[in-house]
Design a protein around this ligand. Structure first.
Ligand SMILES: Nc1ncnc2c1ncn2[C@@H]1O[C@H](COP(=O)(O)OP(=O)(O)OP(=O)(O)O)[C@@H](O)[C@H]1O
Length: 257
């Protein structure tokens, strides 16, 4: 079990036209074993926040705390050490997976980063991981291009789980998928989070999808958090007008309330 806390986190990129403050003094908590949703429109800074947690975007100010300890990713060794606790799954499985590696090779590579496994152990781990994400073990010897988008995303999730992390950051993991498979991938990630007792930061722009998997939701706009509340509370009684606007732009959700 792993908890994540951000304190006054500011992320600043150095763009061609000068510095861009993508995340502006954000504080949030992902308590151990729970899911915090982070929702906001494109460009609100969600990915910059996620990337900063794992050292892929520059922390300009503020602190990232994992299990109460401040994280500073400066070296490959730092990133490796953090990877044992925190794994990220990104939007596009096509670019995340190596096209020349079979599913088995991808999963074995991830599973043996920290653990030594013999032949039997490797085979068992691959089967176990595929089962966890709802994939048929017979897909193990396929290449990514021989899988559907949804299957590829499940492989990316399995790879993230292979090291046994305590915290998963899911950044728009269903956005690139066909609408027809989005719900099943959402359900899979929600079940996994519960079964494995993972902590999760679930990032998306689709409020119903984010609410579906999250215990609490933080709403982000222009690099700032405008509202954080338990999911039920946010849906029933949104306080910020931007949250209300997000809710009102989803007719299906309004029908459900
Ligand atoms: N590497 C970078 N260099 C310069 N500017 C960047 C970089 N990455 C992001 N930005 C800028 O930071 C701001 C926030 O972007 P970010 O991708 O974090 O938002 P987002 O909410 O994740 O949006 P999206 O869902 O479209 O990815 C935007 O103005 C974006 O143009």
């Amino acid at each position: 079990m792993t908890d994540l806390r951000l304190r006054d986190l500011t992320v600043r990129h150095h763009g061609p036209r000068g510095p861009v403050t993508a995340v502006d003094g954000v504080s949030l908590d992902v308590p151990s074993g729970s899911t915090l949703g982070l929702v906001g429109e494109s460009g609100s800074g969600k990915s910059s926040l996620a990337r900063a947690v794992v050292g892929l975007a520059p922390v300009h100010a503020g602190r990232v705390l994992v299990d109460g300890r401040e994280v500073r990713v400066r070296t490959v060794r730092d990133r490796r050490r953090l990877g044992r606790l925190v794994q990220v799954v990104l939007q596009d499985p096509d670019t995340a997976l190596d096209p020349r590696m079979t599913v088995r090779q991808t999963l074995v590579e991830a599973a043996t980063v920290f653990d030594r496994l013999d032949r039997t152990g490797r085979a068992e781990r691959v089967t176990g991981l595929l089962g966890l994400v709802g994939l048929d073990p017979r897909l193990a010897d396929r290449l990514p291009r021989q899988l559907s988008g949804g299957q590829r995303q499940r492989v990316a999730i399995a790879r993230a789980l292979a090291v046994g992390p305590g915290l998963l950051i899911a950044d728009e993991i269903t956005s690139a998928l066909d609408v027809s498979v989005q719900a099943s991938v959402l359900n899979t990630i929600r079940d996994l989070q519960r079964r494995l007792g993972l902590s999760m930061l679930f990032i998306g722009h689709n409020l119903p999808a984010v609410c579906h998997v999250s215990d609490a939701v933080a709403v982000m706009r222009h690099g700032r958090i405008v509202e954080t509340a338990a999911t039920e509370t946010l849906l029933r009684n949104p306080r910020h007008r931007y949250t209300r606007a997000l809710l009102d732009s989803v007719p299906r959700l309004r029908g459900q309330r």
